[in-house]
Ligand binder design. Structure first.
Ligand code: PLP
Length: 370
């Protein structure tokens, strides 16, 4: 079997060792954080420590953190928990936002992969009802970082609120909820070295969010159900390590840039989506002209290299990327785009393996086309 080169960090990141330790400790203990006895109080302490760690990652107050089952639930809670508002959702949002936003108006994107702020301003001016704007901080497919603070200023000037899906950005770039002006902000543990199935919605003090899941007073009445304590303890540990290790991304950027240069040298006709905009240091969205993304993903997998087709974040289904479509990328180019995403333990050997396998496929497809 070939050596494993894991380059799909935007799908899920490996657990940090500190996370494994924090989860093992929480798993070994008994106690419901809502119980008043000693073991209950100990569980509550674990929960509140993690809440403070997650809050610190995004410069929020611990009381603003609502733990959820992940980024998808956090996005759904933000959009459905503020009923009655006109929803303005960027065209490059993750499906967990798009599909929670029934009847939303789409804010278009530019060819560079940024939300179109002039269009947002026009849409806000036309709105009769108070709006909720949803704009992610970094796109999961292209890595393009969005002008969230500017969008929040435009939204607030019109009495609208702003929800920010920071699932891909947190732990990769500094995130400050107040500086972004986000009234709501979604996070997911497994994108930053924590476990799958746990996330948070950070809700600024005065936002009148209604609970969707009821039947208990947990999470200050905003999300009922006994908390996933081992998962939350792991999330807290991951948030804490991620905040301390943001500088690791300087090395990740060097590796990503090296990968990009080498792939572009092999295939000068390969489009690199989002390269003209500020991007996360770890993400590379590149197309091999006339070769379907699925073919590339499978050829790379045979060589031990794990990447995603642009949009296949869930269920392994390959479908054309709505993000690339919103950027005006034509169907053929969108269908040949793959997402390569790195993280703190990615190495030069991973990149060598990627370049070799992708280069071999490119040479084969060009030889058979000739
Ligand atoms: N938002 C973005 C931008 C994502 O990339 C993802 C996951 O791929 C999610 C939300 C959903 O997060 P989770 O997998 O924790 O439900």
């Amino acid at each position: 079997m070939p050596r494993a080169a894991y380059l799909d960090w935007n799908a899920t990141a490996p657990l940090r060792p500190e996370v494994v330790a924090a989860m093992a400790e929480a798993l070994a203990r008994t106690g419901n954080p809502s119980s008043v006895h000693r073991w209950g109080r100990e569980a509550r302490r674990t929960l509140e420590k993690a809440r403070a760690q997650v809050a610190a990652l995004v410069g929020a107050a611990p009381s603003e953190v609502v733990f959820t089952s992940g980024g998808t639930e956090a996005n759904g809670l933000a959009l459905r928990g503020l009923a009655g508002r006109q929803l303005l959702v960027s065209a490059i949002e993750h499906d967990s936002v798009r599909q929670a936003a029934d009847g939303a108006a789409m804010i278009p994107a530019t060819p560079e992969g940024m939300v179109d702020l002039a269009a947002l301003e026009r849409m806000l001016a036309d709105d009769k009802r108070p709006a909720l704007v949803s704009l992610m901080l970094a796109n999961n497919e292209t890595g393009v970082i969005q002008p969230v603070a500017e969008a929040a200023r435009l939204a607030h000037a019109k009495g609208a609120l702003l929800h920010c899906d920071a699932v891909q950005a947190a732990g990769k770039i500094a995130v400050d909820r107040a500086a972004l002006g986000a009234d709501l902000l979604a996070l997911s543990a497994h994108k930053l070295g924590g476990p799958q199935g746990v996330g948070a919605l950070v809700v600024a003090g005065a936002v009148p969010l209604a609970a969707l899941q009821t039947g208990g007073g947990q999470e200050r009445g905003r999300r009922a159900g006994t908390e996933n304590l081992p998962g939350i303890a792991g999330f807290g540990a991951a948030a804490s390590v991620a905040a301390e290790r943001l500088r690791d991304y300087a090395a990740v950027a060097l590796l990503r840039d090296q990968a990009e240069r080498r792939l572009a040298a092999i295939a000068p006709d390969a489009p690199i989506h989002g390269a003209q905009a500020p991007r996360l240091a770890n993400t590379l969205c590149i197309g091999m002209p006339r070769v379907p993304a699925a073919t590339q993903v499978m050829a790379l997998d045979l060589a031990g290299v794990m990447v995603s087709a642009g949009a296949a974040c869930s269920s392994g289904k390959l479908r054309r990327s709505q993000v690339l479509e919103a950027m005006g990328v034509d169907a053929a180019a969108a269908e040949s785009a793959i997402r390569i995403s790195l993280g703190w333990s990615s190495s030069a050997i991973d990149i060598d393996q990627l370049v070799e396998a992708w280069g071999a496929l490119y040479a084969r497809t060009r030889a058979s086309a000739a």
